[in-house]
Design a protein around this ligand. Structure first.
Ligand code: OAD
Length: 234
């Protein structure tokens, strides 16, 4: 059967590429204060500090490579005869580096920056600061990371909602299921009659909402599960 599949990924899919997750031991929000770095108010109060945090992360993203989980998902997108809609909470570009296309980055992308004034989005892995000039409108000091901060609206929500309403299979990969609206996607998929599957290191907060759960490192469980889909076993 050709199914319509929606895949939601989170930081766990990139962990084995060397990128820290947010809430695991040693995770990003254990080392850094979310309220001082990932809100519009934090940026307004101390743009230099916020720029430094995202410049550091942008630099790391430029170095890391996709892993077997990203590659398996890219293969699924290219080889599966049904529809595969890939939405990620991740701001890294490892799905793209593995060959996935398209990738819906609902929380934005580290490899892009945006002008707060004219809203032009620019691809770059370079550092930005309070003196960076917008290449489009020429305004100085308005460039910001093209990421969604807490208190801001995630991207592509209408499109995601539409896909969740139509999907037959919803797969959540490497996310703790604590941040909304992404944490609510499993409920929406279930209401549409989709089968729901969680692939994660450990059961997430919403474990009871999944029909099936496969637990272990993403580089192992994701390729195994993708193989089954491609063989028509799921
Ligand atoms: P979290 O750090 O909250 O959760 C990561 C999940 O990945 C946990 O459930 C881990 O058990 C799991 N995990 C860790 N290593 C893994 C591995 N090797 N294989 C499989 N699973 C593994 O990250 P997210 O759920 O992605 O938002 O966080 C959601 C959002 O919160 C992020 O997009 C970010 C953050 O604040 C914004 O910045 C807006």
């Amino acid at each position: 059967m050709e199914q319509k599949i929606v895949i939601l990924t989170g930081a766990g899919v990139s962990a084995e590429s060397g990128l820290n997750t947010y809430r695991d031991k040693g995770g990003i929000w254990e080392k850094y204060d979310l309220m001082e770095l990932a809100t519009p108010e934090a940026f307004a109060a101390n743009p230099t500090k916020v720029h430094e945090f995202y410049n550091l992360r942008r630099g790391i993203v430029a170095e890391v490579q996709p892993n077997a989980a990203h590659r398996a998902l890219a293969n699924l997108q290219s080889d599966y005869t049904g529809e595969v809609f890939l939405v990620t909470q991740n701001v890294d570009n490892l799905h793209e580096k593995a060959g996935s296309d398209p990738v819906y980055h609902m929380h934005g992308e580290l490899a892009k920056v945006r002008c707060s004034l004219c809203h032009t989005v620019i691809d770059t892995l370079d550092d930005i600061d309070t003196s960076t000039k917008c290449g489009q409108c020429g305004h100085i000091g308005g460039m910001r990371p093209h990421v969604v901060w807490f208190g801001e609206m995630p991207f592509y929500l209408e499109k995601i909602e539409e896909k969740l309403q139509q999907c037959d299979l919803f797969i959540s990969i490497g996310t703790s299921g604590t941040v909304y609206p992404a944490a609510g996607f499993v409920r929406a998929a279930k209401m549409s009659g989709a089968k729901t599957v969680e692939l994660n290191m450990e059961p997430s907060e919403g474990q009871h909402l999944f029909d099936q759960g496969l637990y272990g490192p993403a580089t192992e469980v994701v390729p195994t599960f993708v193989d089954k889909i491609l063989k028509g076993e799921i």
